[in-house]
Design a protein around this ligand. Structure first.
Ligand code: 4AD
Length: 429
């Protein structure tokens, strides 16, 4: 049994091969039927003609339907008119399932396609997005393994909030109300005291009421935490990581990028280092882009879009005002009111993909921030312990993997970046 991609080669000309797959398209003209078969690796035109097949077989093949499953054996030849340059002349075949009326046809509404996501995701474009996504996940892990990080895991059912109460999902835990995690950060912080450099990829949950192009209620969150790192140290690893991931995608997924019409030249520009811009300077700079922002304004999807359509490489926005970020961020001792943090904003209008920075490591400072934020100190006893026993400066970050896939693939909406998006209104299939 061969994979289709492998037989699209002069090495197979005139040899007999057997392939497995699903009918991608069919066309009959007079006595000839063309079946385009797909498998996970690609597509090939198969031709049924009466030289090799009897009348009954010809009739059966001429009535094959889209997404029916089959095995085909035949010989390969070069055929410039065929969609992938080669053609398989069918000598024998087996039908596993011949379906009627595959529900996905062209020009269907978005809701219908989302209801039928389990079928829609077979499309060629979606398959390419998922292949690129797979490369991105592998490259993320590989980068950190190569740089002496350990991969760790942490719970998804938690009693704390990391990113504020407004986006918490609560679940019933044997009569007690607990939360689905918003971020693994605090658990990663506990692990740096033994492992020093750690990372994880896990789902995070946000009860986001906002319906934007870039919000999911369940998303894949890649996070890292490093002992002794400053904000600048952390940004340096992040930009190298992004450069590495994009190199891997260019190397492994050129064909997929073509299938989804992604301009590869835009990706080739993404080489570290990335520019660092202080929040207050960005507010000034935004006037150049015709925007009317003032110091203290939060940057949402729209603002970041208007800024980032002017860049073709990511930027780091640093030193946000304290009021805009959560309680654990370390204030800058030299610039009161500002924190030692960064967001990485992706170019071409995509905006925030990473949030990170230094963490408070002084016990009193952290207790005060917890109190001022009306959080229950008791729930954070273990987080506070880290500041009592061998506290050290450290930094970390969180990367929205689905946002990264959306940007790298040049997609319009984050929902296109993963098989089963969970948004405010969707929990099926
Ligand atoms: O900026 P956020 O909220 O930061 C944290 O959760 C930190 N605790 C991470 C850390 O330092 N370990 O989220 C980090 C990233 C964002 O930059 C964004 O890419 C992604 O997570 N993100 C979302 N992606 C999809 N849908 C949502 N609703 C998201 N919310 C955040």
């Amino acid at each position: 049994m061969e994979k289709i991609k492998n037989i699209l080669s002069d090495d197979f000309i005139n040899s007999d091969v057997t392939i497995h797959g699903w009918v991608y398209r069919t066309r009959s003209s007079g006595k000839i039927t063309f079946i385009i078969l797909r498998d996970s690796s690609g597509i090939i035109q198969c031709i049924a003609n009466s030289v090799n097949l009897n009348e009954e077989q010809m009739k059966e093949l001429s009535s094959m339907t889209i997404e029916s499953s089959m095995e085909i054996t035949g010989s390969i030849k070069k055929e410039t008119r065929a969609i992938t340059g080669y053609e398989l002349a069918i000598k024998s075949y087996k039908i596993y399932e011949r379906n009627e009326n595959f529900p996905i046809t062209k020009d269907l509404g978005e809701e219908f396609l989302l209801d039928n996501r389990h079928l829609w995701l077979r499309s060629r474009e979606f398959t390419s997005v998922l292949k690129i996504r797979s490369t991105i996940f592998q490259a993320f892990s590989d980068f950190f393994y190569k740089n002496d990080y350990y991969q760790v895991q942490a719970p998804m059912l938690v009693s704390t909030a990391t990113e504020g109460g407004s986006t918490l999902f609560t679940v019933d835990f044997f009569g007690e109300k607990v939360n689905l995690t918003q971020s693994t950060q605090f658990y990663l912080e506990t692990l740096i005291y033994s492992l020093e450099k750690v990372f994880t990829i896990a789902p995070s949950f946000r009860a986001e009421k906002s319906r934007t192009r870039r919000h999911l209620t369940e998303y894949w969150h890649a996070e890292a935490e490093v002992a002794w790192y400053s904000n600048e140290d952390m940004m340096r690893d992040e930009e190298q990581m992004i450069g590495y991931i994009i190199d891997q995608v260019i190397k492994n997924n050129e064909e997929d990028l073509k299938i989804i019409n992604r301009d590869i030249n835009m990706l080739k520009k993404i080489k570290p280092p990335f520019q660092r811009i202080k929040y207050r300077d960005l507010i000034e700079m935004s006037k150049q882009f015709g925007m009317n922002l003032k110091y203290g304004d939060d940057l949402g999807a729209d603002e970041e879009y208007s800024i980032m359509i002017n860049f073709d490489k990511p930027i780091f926005v640093t030193d946000y005002p304290e009021s805009l970020k959560t309680f654990y961020h370390r204030p800058d001792p030299d610039n009161p009111g500002e924190i030692l943090c960064h967001d990485m904003l992706a170019p071409e209008g995509y905006g925030e993909v990473i949030g990170g920075g230094e963490r408070i490591y002084d016990l009193n400072q952290l207790m005060e921030r917890i109190k001022n934020n009306d959080l229950n100190e008791e729930n954070y006893y273990w987080y506070l312990d880290l500041r009592k026993y061998g506290s050290i400066p450290h930094s970390g970050f969180g990367l929205g993997m689905d946002r990264l896939v959306t940007w790298i693939c040049g997609l319009k909406n984050i929902k296109e970046s993963l098989p089963y998006p969970r948004t405010i209104r969707r929990i099926k299939p």
